[in-house]
Write a protein that binds this ligand. Structure first.
Ligand SMILES: NC(=O)c1ccc[n+]([C@@H]2O[C@H](COP(=O)([O-])OP(=O)(O)OC[C@H]3O[C@@H](n4cnc5c(N)ncnc54)[C@H](O)[C@@H]3O)[C@@H](O)[C@H]2O)c1
Length: 320
């Protein structure tokens, strides 16, 4: 069994879709006294009754620094961001939040000699000129959303801080994340979360993507496993310091619908593509994540069918 030093861990943007589940997993490892879940939304922090919490705006550099110093924080998981669909509605704000917050966290890690930083990237770093099938780790990246541009620039800064200052920053290019424990935060893959809620409520589902739009996706337990495996891998095994390609499953709205219809035969769907179709069309269909598999032993567990079964088993009785 692996053992971990009981270091203080700070999670920024903890109350979102990823943070809600990652915080739980980190508490299991480090203990509730050593994990500080922070977010800009005070009410959203109320669900964390099993660890320490604090309202924190990542843009307030002095507040972040003060917390890191007084609490002797050694690791930061920086999850706060404006996501792809929301970013297109306010591009300059998305750039400001996504970039300034990453740079100030990296700078803090350098100044305070923090042990490790985690910062998620995304398949949004790819663009329309990227090979769409089995997208390689290294290839043309010309993202055309402000979210993708901010993630691509962020990756370059992560590698820069590692090369130049030795900051141990680690990152994954998540595909669309699907979980049932929180509602999604404004991404292009959100439909694949909403569809389960509609099925269980007995409602018709209108997909904002066309029926044959394939996108790389991942069930949240796999995303949490990948994140923790990467963060606990020996430093020398983490050979990519921009961000690792990461993959599990790829499916279309029609395929996820069919996987649900097996359990809910009356469920119905129609398609009304909106502005998110263009974002989805610029992203890969599937991802080659062989470097993650080789360097630190990544393996996904959930297929589409297994994920659907698990969500439909737990979501009806889950309270938010
Ligand atoms: N969810 C996905 O499918 C997905 C896919 C790829 C990458 N990612 C990345 O993972 C990370 C987390 O994504 P998520 O889906 O949990 O997002 P989310 O929108 O659900 O959560 C983000 C959280 O950050 C908080 N936040 C916003 N502004 C803040 C600020 N100024 N200071 C502190 N907190 C602030 C929000 O209140 C929210 O709770 C992001 O970096 C995102 O780009 C997510």
């Amino acid at each position: 069994m692996l053992s971990f030093t009981m270091e203080r861990v700070l999670i920024i943007g903890a109350a979102g879709q990823l943070g809600s589940e990652l915080t739980q997993a980190l508490v299991t490892i480090y203990g509730g006294d050593n994990v500080i879940a922070t977010d800009i939304q005070p009410q959203a922090l109320e669900k964390f009754d099993y660890c320490r919490t604090k309202v924190l705006d990542v843009m307030d550099k002095e507040a972040v620094k003060g917390l890191v110093k007084t609490e002797n924080v050694k690791q930061i998981y920086h999850l706060a961001a404006v996501l792809s669909a929301t970013g297109e509605k306010n591009p300059l704000f998305a750039w400001q939040l996504n970039m300034d917050s990453l740079l100030s966290v990296l700078e803090l890690a350098r100044e305070e000699k923090l042990d490790k930083i985690y910062w998620p990237s995304s398949i949004a770093v790819f663009g329309p000129n990227t090979p769409k099938v089995n997208t390689p780790q290294y290839c043309v990246k010309e993202p055309n959303t402000v979210y993708g541009i901010s993630k691509q620039a962020g990756e370059r800064w992560c590698e820069y801080y590692f090369q130049k200052y030795g900051v141990d920053v680690r990152s994954l290019r998540y595909p669309g994340l699907i979980g049932y424990k929180s509602l999604p935060g404004g991404g292009t893959t959100d439909y694949a979360v909403d569809i389960y809620h509609k099925a269980i409520a007995g409602e018709h589902f209108v997909s904002f993507l066309k029926e044959d739009t394939y996108l790389p996706m991942m069930y949240m337990p796999d995303a949490i496993k990948a994140t923790l495996n990467l963060m606990h891998a020996p430093r020398e095994n983490v050979k990519i310091r921009s961000s690792y390609n990461l993959a599990a499953i790829s499916f279309s709205p029609k395929e996820i619908f069919e996987s649900i219809k097996i359990h809910y035969p009356d469920f119905s769907i129609s398609y009304a593509p909106d502005f998110r179709q263009a974002i989805a069309d610029s992203w890969p269909d599937s991802i080659d994540d062989s470097r993650a598999r080789e360097d630190w032993g990544w393996e996904h567990e959930y297929s589409l069918e297994k994920m659907t079964e698990d969500i439909l088993k737990h979501l009806p009785s889950y309270s938010f």
